[in-house]
Design a protein around this ligand. Structure first.
Ligand code: WTA
Length: 663
C-alpha cells in the first residue's frame, strides 16, 4: 500500500495569495511579538476589532500564581453593541444567521438589523423585570435564533448569561440553577431533534421543582408547539412579553468594564460537580473575533458554518461572539447530521454556499460510516476550508474528510482549545505551513505552551516526548475564575505547577515543531467531543440503592472517540442482572443526560485501591481498553507496578470479567 504523505500542502499557494497571515515568516514574527510584547500586539487589534466607550489604562496585568488575569483594565465596552449596533451603519441588511431547522423545510434568514431589533425587545423586557448588571440569567433553549438573541439581550444590559445545553437533563439544569442563582430562566416549549420533539419546558419545570433556588420569571419561546404546563404567576410567553405595551424599542447598551463578566458556562472537571467557568468581556470578545478571522481566514462575503451546539463553548465563540463581532454571515442549525439522512450537512453546505465549515471528528466518523455516495450527492465545491474541534482526529476520519469533502485540497484546521481558553490555542493557519493529519500544528498568538515531564515537572528534553501540557502566559480569551469559587480556579489550573496554566491534556511536540494532543490526563473523558467528569457519572451510579461503589473510565470507541465504561460493585445479596444494568443506564441519563449514557457496565466484586482508598483508575482504564487479556497479568508484571494496591488479587476477576463482556 502506498504510504500516505507526511503532510499536506496543496492549498498553500492559493492561500498565500489571499490569507490574512500569508507566510511562515509572518507568523513567526507575529508570534514572537505576541509573546515578547503582548501590549504592542493586542492593543492595536483591540482598537481594530472592537468599539470602546473608554480606552483601557493597561493592556495586561496578571499574577498566574493567584490566577488573577486582567486584560484591557479600565477600558469600557459592550458586547451586544460590538456584535450588533456598530454593524448597522454598513451591514444592516447583511444576513447574520441563516437558520436551518431540524426539518429541512424550516429555514429563515435573519439580518443584522432584525437581530438587533429582536435583541432590543428582549433586553427591554428584561429591564422591565428589574434585571440589571451582574444578575444571572439561565438560558435553556434549542438551536434557534432566540438563543443568540437571549444571550445578546443579557450582554446588552450587563446581565451574565449561563447557557445550559438543551441535551442536559432536568437534574443537570437544576444543579446549574442552584449554583448560579439566576433571577430569570429562558426556555422554549420544545425543540426538534431528528424529527422528534424534545420537551425542554417539561425539563425546565422539573428542574425548578428540584432546585432550592427560586427564579422570579420564566420566559418561554413557542417553537415546537407541544403542549406545556403553565404557571401564570411565574411564566410568560416570549411573543407576549416583547409585545407588551410601553416597552421601548431601544435599550442603551450598558458600558461594561473590560473585566466585567460576560457569561458563565459549566464544564466538567476531575472532581465534584461541573464548574461555572467565567469569561469576561473584552479579552474574550477580542480573542474570539481575531481567531475566527485568522484561523478560518474568513472574508466578509463568505458564509461560515460551525455545527456545534451553542450550549458548548464552541458555539459561544464560533457561532455567536466571534462571527458577530466580525460582522459575518453564519449558519445556525437546529438538527443533527443524520436527519433526514446522513447527507444533511452537505445539503446545507450546498444550500447556503458555505465556504468555511467547522465540525467535530465524531460527526465525521458517523457520516463516513454511511458510505461515500452521500457525500457526493451535493455540490460542495463552495467549500474552501474545513475545521475540526473537540477531540484528536484519527487518521481515517481525517483522510475521509480531506478527500471526500475537501476534494484533496481544502486545508483542515485541527483546532485544540477548551471551555476555559475561550478560543483556539493550538491550530494551523491556512497559509502558514503544510498540515500534518492529527497535529494541531502551532500555537495561536500569545499562547506559549510547554510540555512538562509528569515525573520530574521539568520541560521535556526530546522531540516526541509526551508529557503534561501547560501554558506559560495569559492570553486574552482565557477564563478568569470559577463562578463563586476562585479557590477552585486556582487549585484546578494554577496549583499543579505554580505560575502556569494546567490544561489537563497530554501533548508532545515533534521533530518539526508541530504539536500533537494526546488526550486528557486527568479524570475527564471526551465522549463524542463532549467533556464529562468520571466523578459525575460515578456520583449518578451510586445514587442507586443497590450500588455500593462505582468507578468510571473512558475506553476507545470507534464512533465516539471515547466510550464510557463503568465498573460497578453492588451491595451484599443484590443480584447482578441485566435489568439492574438497564436501571443504571436510565439513572445516569436522568441525572446528567443522554450524552453520559454508559456504553458498558461490568460488575466488580471489588475495585483496585491504594492504601489511602483511592481507586486506581489507571489500571481500570487498561482493563477497559481491552489492553490486558491475560488473567495472570498481575503476576507477570504486565500491569506495571501494582505494589501500591492493597489487594492486587482483585484485578484477576476484573480482567476475566472484561473478556466475557466481549464475547
Ligand atoms: C479536547 C472544546 C485534540 C481536549 C473546545 C480538551 C481536543 C477538551 C481538540 C476541551 C483537538 C479539544 N485535538 N483534543 N483539536 N479540541 N480537545 O472544554 O482534551 O468541551 O482539553 O472545549 O477537548 O473540551 P471543551
Amino acid at each position: 500500500m502506498e504510504k500516505p504523505p507526511k503532510w499536506y500542502d496543496a492549498h498553500l499557494d492559493e492561500y498565500r495569495k489571499v490569507a490574512y497571515i500569508n507566510s511562515r515568516a509572518q507568523y513567526d514574527e507575529m508570534y514572537r511579538q505576541s509573546l515578547e510584547n503582548p501590549d504592542a500586539f493586542w492593543g492595536p487589534l483591540a482598537k481594530e476589532y472592537l468599539s470602546w466607550y473608554r480606552d483601557w489604562d493597561r493592556v495586561l496585568d496578571y499574577d498566574f500564581v493567584e490566577g488573577r488575569i486582567e486584560w484591557f483594565g479600565g477600558g469600557k465596552l459592550n458586547a451586544s453593541y460590538n456584535c450588533l449596533d456598530r454593524h448597522l451603519e454598513d451591514k444592516a441588511d447583511k444576513v447574520a444567521y441563516y437558520f436551518e431547522g431540524d426539518d429541512p423545510g424550516m429555514s429563515r434568514s435573519v439580518t443584522y438589523r432584525e437581530l438587533y431589533e429582536e435583541v432590543n425587545k428582549v433586553a427591554a423586557w428584561l429591564v422591565a423585570q428589574g434585571i440589571k448588571k451582574g444578575d444571572r440569567v439561565v438560558i435553556y433553549l434549542p438551536m434557534i435564533i432566540q438563543l443568540p438573541v437571549a444571550m445578546l439581550a443579557c450582554a446588552r444590559i450587563g446581565a451574565i448569561h449561563s447557557v445550559v445545553f438543551g441535551g442536559f437533563s432536568a437534574e443537570s439544569l437544576a444543579s446549574r440553577i442552584e449554583d448560579s442563582h439566576p433571577r430569570i430562566l429562558i426556555t422554549s416549549d420544545g425543540g426538534f431533534r431528528a424529527g422528534k420533539v424534545v420537551s425542554l419546558k417539561k425539563n425546565a419545570d422539573e428542574a425548578l421543582k428540584l432546585s432550592e433556588w427560586e427564579v422570579e420569571k420564566v420566559l418561554v419561546y413557542r417553537h415546537a408547539g407541544n403542549g406545556v404546563e403553565w404557571d401564570a404567576g411565574r411564566e410568560v410567553w416570549w411573543h407576549e412579553a416583547i409585545a407588551q405595551d410601553g416597552l421601548p424599542d431601544y435599550v442603551e447598551p450598558e458600558p461594561m468594564d473590560a473585566e466585567d463578566p460576560l457569561f458563565i458556562l459549566y464544564t466538567s472537571g476531575s472532581t465534584g460537580k461541573p464548574k461555572g467557568v467565567l469569561h469576561t468581556t473584552a479579552g474574550y470578545l477580542l480573542y474570539g473575533a481575531v481567531s475566527t478571522r485568522w484561523v478560518f481566514d474568513i472574508k466578509d462575503d463568505e458564509v461560515f458554518w460551525c455545527t456545534a451546539d451553542i450550549g458548548w463553548v464552541t458555539g459561544h465563540t464560533y457561532i455567536v461572539y466571534g462571527p458577530l463581532t466580525c460582522g459575518l454571515t453564519t449558519v445556525l442549525f437546529e438538527g443533527v447530521p443524520s436527519y433526514p439522512a446522513y447527507d444533511r450537512f452537505w445539503a446545507v453546505v450546498e444550500k447556503y454556499k458555505v465556504a468555511k465549515f467547522y465540525t467535530a471528528p465524531t460527526a465525521i466518523r458517523a457520516i463516513a460510516r454511511e458510505g461515500d455516495e452521500l457525500a457526493h450527492k451535493h455540490d460542495t465545491s463552495c467549500l474552501k476550508l474545513l475545521g475540526t474541534v473537540g477531540e484528536p482526529i484519527n487518521p481515517e476520519a481525517w483522510r475521509w474528510y480531506y478527500h471526500h469533502i475537501g476534494r484533496d485540497w481544502c486545508p483542515i484546521m485541527d483546532t485544540w482549545w477548551q471551555t476555559e481558553t475561550g478560543g483556539h490555542m493550538i491550530t494551523p493557519l491556512p497559509a502558514v505551513a503544510p498540515i500534518k493529519p492529527g497535529s494541531c500544528s502551532f500555537p495561536f498568538f500569545g499562547v506559549e505552551p510547554v510540555v512538562l515531564d509528569a515525573d520530574t515537572g521539568r520541560p521535556v528534553e526530546f522531540a516526541n516526548q509526551e508529557g503534561a501540557l501547560f501554558i506559560k502566559k495569559p492570553w486574552p480569551g482565557m477564563a478568569r475564575t470559577v463562578y463563586g469559587d476562585h479557590e477552585r480556579f486556582k487549585e484546578t489550573y494554577f496549583s499543579k505547577m505554580p505560575g502556569m496554566y494546567f490544561t489537563g491534556d497530554g501533548a508532545k511536540q515533534d521533530e518539526d515543531g508541530y504539536w500533537w494532543i494526546i488526550g486528557r490526563i486527568d479524570d475527564v473523558i471526551n465522549v463524542s467531543g463532549h467533556r464529562l467528569g468520571t466523578a459525575e457519572i460515578e456520583s449518578a451510579l451510586v445514587l442507586h440503592e443497590d450500588v455500593a461503589e462505582a468507578a468510571v473510565v473512558g475506553f476507545p470507541h470507534a464512533l465516539k472517540g471515547q466510550g464510557i465504561y463503568a465498573f460497578v460493585s453492588v451491595k451484599p445479596n443484590i443480584a447482578t442482572t441485566e435489568a439492574l444494568k438497564k436501571d443504571l443506564v436510565a439513572l445516569v441519563r436522568k441525572e446528567i443526560g443522554p450524552i453520559a449514557t454508559p456504553d458498558l457496565i461490568q460488575w466488580a466484586d471489588a475495585l483496585p485501591k491504594t492504601r489511602s482508598g483511592k481507586i486506581m483508575r489507571r489500571l481500570l482504564s487498561k482493563i477497559a481498553a481491552g489492553a490486558v487479556t491475560d488473567p495472570e497479568a498481575v503476576e507477570k508484571g504486565v500491569l506495571g507496578d501494582v505494589s501500591t494496591i492493597t489487594d492486587p488479587e482483585v484485578l484477576r476477576p476484573l480482567i476475566l470479567g472484561r473478556l466475557s463482556l466481549n464475547s
